[in-house]
Design a protein around this ligand. Structure first.
Ligand code: SF4
Length: 398
């Protein structure tokens, strides 16, 4: 054999040895990754089965797995869905059912809103079309007449919507607007039977009690984002005053609906931080909004969240808040498009239907048809009413 052939054989041998070593290393790395992934999921499954919310550390470990393995998304959705069913079985978040108990998830509840007073807000939230600091095309008008409120309530009730949110722009309600809203509430409830939610901004204790007495079921007030990121999105007031409003509503006996907007530029760590604060505040319901960048606001050029990330937000919040309502609100269509059919697989149990505050939502027809198509809620309007009051996750919690 001449030297040329020997050299080549040696080269081939070395190459194949290197390939074997590389394959072994990659098998080992794969094995380590899969083992680590399994242990993260097993650990979380135990928390879900025991009725506990996922801890901050578990949530971080889950995010690391999802970062390395896009396929793990399906496992995340399965865990989120299991969490919803697990709590449907328990009937009450305070008394965990046996670990084996799994039930069909209850029908999701629906909310509709009316933008009852729009624009000219003295605050400067960077995402908001209604701030007077931003030049947007958002409508500007004072508090609408009672008849307009009533007409909206009828439309929502006829479409089987569970809650109507009366939303006004501004730091907080004027005395005059507040009195009018309380008086209108009694008439709306009497004539339509719809459950009312108020979203009037910063609220004192006395006002919270007055809303409860006027017949409101819920108070909605978002934290918007985490404590550490809040100064980046609002310079005219701090997050503490928002937290105090949430606490006031809770003490007054209102069902508290408080969450935030995702896609403002916050990090995953800050999303988890907000989830922890909501745990501290013991809220009943968490609205999940996705930024829909509004022309004229400082965030007009922000990129919208990719659908996968939006679904991850829903699932993570479900796992961290197993016994609370997770309701998907603004930005659903903009961010998720037709992927919004997956919100319930990701752990949501409520959805805002119809238009949002200053942007168009999807029409009732499309939303109701989607719920029926998914088999999660009957189109029989009479059957809609009160379903979530009996079986909703958060309601069982309240
Ligand atoms: S989010 Fe509320 S407080 Fe902030 S600018 Fe808009 S209306 Fe005002």
């Amino acid at each position: 054999m001449d030297g040329f052939v020997v050299d080549n054989l040696r080269g081939i041998f070395l190459m194949s040895l290197l390939c074997s070593v590389a394959a072994a290393i990659s098998r080992k790395v794969f094995h380590i990754n899969i083992t680590r992934q399994l242990s993260v999921f097993e650990n979380i499954l135990e928390s879900v089965k025991s009725g506990k919310g996922v801890t901050l550390e578990q949530a971080r470990a889950l995010l690391a797995v999802l970062d390395n393995n896009p396929d793990a998304m399906l496992d995340l959705l399965a865990l989120a869905r299991l969490t919803v069913s697990r709590f449907a079985a328990s009937g009450a978040a305070t008394a965990a059912a046996p670990a084996s108990a799994i039930a069909a998830a209850p029908a999701p509840f629906t909310c509709g809103i009316i933008n009852a007073k729009s624009g000219r807000c003295a605050e400067n939230c960077s995402f908001c079309a209604q701030s007077r600091y931003h030049a947007t095309a958002s409508p500007v008008y004072p508090l609408v007449d009672d008849e307009v409120l009533l007409e909206r309530a009828r439309l929502l009730a006829e479409n089987g919507v569970d809650y109507m949110g009366i939303v006004i722009s501004g730091t907080g309600p004027s005395d005059k607007d507040f009195e009018r809203i309380c008086a209108a509430a009694q008439r709306i409830i009497g004539e339509t039977g719809i459950k009312l939610c108020a979203s009037l901004g910063i609220l004192g204790m006395e006002q919270a009690v007055a809303l409860k007495q006027a017949g409101f079921t819920s108070y909605h007030h978002n934290l918007e984002t985490s404590r550490s990121f809040y100064p980046e999105i609002c310079g005219t007031h701090g997050v503490e005053i928002r937290e105090q409003t949430v606490a006031n509503a809770r003490v007054a006996g209102l069902r508290v609906c408080s969450g935030g907007i995702f896609g403002l530029g916050e990090s995953w760590e800050q999303r988890l931080e907000m989830a922890e604060t909501l745990r501290e505040l013991n809220v009943d319901s968490i609205p999940v909004n996705f930024l829909n960048p509004i022309p004229g606001t400082p965030l007009e050029n922000a990129a919208t969240l990719p659908p996968r990330e939006a679904l991850m937000v829903i699932a993570l919040f479900r796992l961290m808040h197993p016994g609370r309502d997770i309701v998907i609100c603004g930005g659903r269509g903009k961010v998720l498009g037709d992927w919004d059919k997956l919100i319930f697989s990701a752990g949501a149990n409520g959805m805002m239907v119809g238009d949002y505050l200053t942007t168009k939502g999807s029409p009732f027809e499309r939303d109701l048809a989607m719920l029926e198509e998914l088999g999660v809620r009957s189109r029989d309007v009479a059957g809609f009413r009160g379903v979530s009051a009996q079986a909703g996750i958060g309601d069982a919690n309240a």
